[in-house]
Design a protein around this ligand. Structure first.
Ligand code: N0T
Length: 528
């Protein structure tokens, strides 16, 4: 008899999001992975655009590309699937030694169904749109109709099947079902179908998760009822799609959020209502157990707002992941804040050469100079990315991006030690010392671009790196303090630490000055 050999791939370990003691890691090939990512522009998902995307990935020193796959692209005719683009993308990603995050643009791409096939978006009878509180039909598909959910789910499952069959070594490390879900200019769907569900009882799981007493949505949630109802409805819808996809291939899946004001209550009519904004994270957690993380898309430039957002999304039950952040220089230093909050990944949006800029959200122009604002940090971090991810998961890490005006700050390193981070210092002396007052200001400091990272290696030993920042260690109590050893080194290709030299003299007299060079130090603290 004839035996046909079935191709056997060296099936690597599936990427996985894991949590231990309230800390998280994205495992790739079984080990914590730090995603230094970039997201391609919206319509970059075509073969014709890829030559304008890969050079940007390279220039950035990114290890991961986030890129859309459109429902209209894989299922232009109902039931007929075409994965030629994805096939090409997988091949090119392997050639470029880059991981992929697949963005499933389908029922919702920021409120609307633009990326759904025409057989979906032109059939309002079969796939109804929502009706807002003013009785207006909006261009946003309603989550309350089975036909829409089934159609999206079917296509998504096909997508996951294709990935499973064609990506044995797991180039695809995460999947984002939909994009910035929710509705603009509507808090929820008020159509008769939706209203009937809204007038019914709040599902038991949600009542329990929110520690409430049973009742109708209005009874249980009062003034929040409309938004919570919509968050739950979209959450359940997305969860069913994700769960079906995970049955085929259980890759980590996250949902990204268009944010609301991080400090104040904002009228949900004015943002993407129903998406995982900070006020409905618990609703989303209950609605979507198949979703591994709820992830903020950051388009706020102020450090106060960014830090608040990172606190809201980085929780023991939610891994912090920033799948989008603005492409302008001012956003780049937030990589240090994200890593300081144990973030698993970071990706500026729209850094490619396809010719689009989303100013005022991001940079006015996207060119080599714009990319370099991020590349300086990725170049520094990529050799130590694995090590950082491990330390972040297993140990203690801290990180800060420069605040506006170069405001200094002191970080408590767990009780005995602390470190003061200052900016705009020359390597010798201190701008805070009166006798140095005559020194010129450092050039090029209008837009904050600096930051620092610290990881604990043992009780008295820390790994530090950063960009244009000075770190001055100290003892919290009144002990006679010294920095006993400062070792400069680097990580080799295999991620091993290589000793280069010890710092002393000028190099340590006024704190440890991290410049624009890729410097990594191991610092030992002591008392005498
Ligand atoms: C983002 C991007 C892309 C504080 C905008 C941001 C991407 C989507 N949407 O270029 O379209 O696909 O996720 C919306 C930001 C709303 C304004 C926030 C002002």
């Amino acid at each position: 008899s004839l035996t046909v050999a079935t191709p056997t791939f060296a099936q690597g370990q599936l990427p996985k999001l894991v949590t231990k003691d309230g800390k998280h890691a994205l495992l790739v090939d079984g080990k914590p992975f730090l995603m230094l990512g970039v997201q391609a522009n919206n319509a970059a998902n075509y073969a014709s655009q890829m030559p304008k995307v890969w050079p940007a990935v390279k220039a950035l020193h990114a290890n991961t590309l986030e890129i859309p796959i459109a429902w209209e692209q894989i299922e232009p005719v109902e039931g007929k699937f075409d994965f030629s683009y994805l096939d090409l993308l997988l091949k090119q990603a392997r050639e470029n030694d880059t991981k992929l995050v697949i963005l499933w643009f389908a029922t919702w791409k920021n409120n609307g169904p633009q990326y759904a096939p025409e057989w979906v978006k032109l059939d309002n009878k079969r796939f109804p749109r929502l009706v807002n509180g003013k009785g207006e039909v909006k261009n946003s598909l309603s989550p309350h109709f089975r036909a829409t959910l089934e159609a999206d789910k079917k296509a998504f499952v096909e997508l996951m099947r294709f990935i499973k069959a064609n990506d044995p070594d797991h180039t695809v490390i995460m999947v984002q079902p939909e994009n910035e879900v929710g509705a603009y200019s509507a808090i929820r769907d008020f159509s008769p179908t939706a209203q009937k569900i809204f007038d019914g009882q709040v599902p038991k799981e949600l009542v329990k998760a929110m520690n409430k007493k049973p009742g109708t949505w209005k009874e249980v949630f009062g003034k929040d009822a409309d938004e919570f109802f919509y968050a739950w409805s979209i959450g359940r819808y997305v969860d069913e799609i994700a769960a079906a996809g995970k049955q085929v291939l259980p890759l980590p899946m996250y949902v990204n959020a268009a944010l609301r004001d991080p400090f104040n209550d904002q009228d949900p009519f004015t943002y993407s209502s129903g998406g995982p904004t900070w006020n409905v994270l618990d609703v989303w957690k209950a609605a979507a157990p198949s979703i591994d993380a709820l992830a903020p898309d950051i388009y706020m430039r102020e450090s106060e707002k960014v830090r608040k957002t990172l606190e809201q999304y980085g929780r023991p039950d939610n891994a912090l992941f920033v799948p989008e952040i603005g492409s302008d220089k001012a956003y780049a230093r937030y990589i240090y804040d994200v890593l300081g909050h144990q973030g698993i990944g970071f990706a500026p949006f729209g850094l490619d050469f396809t010719g689009y800029s989303n100013y005022p959200l991001g940079a006015k122009t996207v060119d080599a100079k714009t990319l370099e604002n991020f590349a300086v940090h990725y170049r520094l971090l990529s050799p130590m990315a694995r090590e950082w991810a491990r330390l972040s998961y297993e140990g203690k890490v801290w990180g800060v991006g420069e605040q506006e005006g170069g405001k200094p700050e002191t970080i408590d390193l767990g009780g005995r030690w602390n470190v003061r981070v200052t900016y705009g210092e020359w390597q010798f002396g201190s701008i805070e010392a009166p006798w140095m007052a005559k020194a010129e200001k450092q050039p090029d400091r209008e837009i904050p671009d600096a930051g620092a990272l610290i990881a604990q290696l043992s009780p008295d030993e820390f790994l530090i790196t950063g960009y244009r920042a000075r770190l001055t260690f100290g003892a919290a109590k009144n002990e006679r303090f010294m920095v006993s050893r400062v070792e400069e080194g680097h990580f080799d290709e295999a991620g091993r630490w290589v000793f280069d030299r010890l710092w002393n003299g000028d190099q340590v007299d006024y704190g440890l000055n991290l410049t624009t060079l890729p410097q990594i130090l191991k610092v030992k603290l002591a008392t005498y």
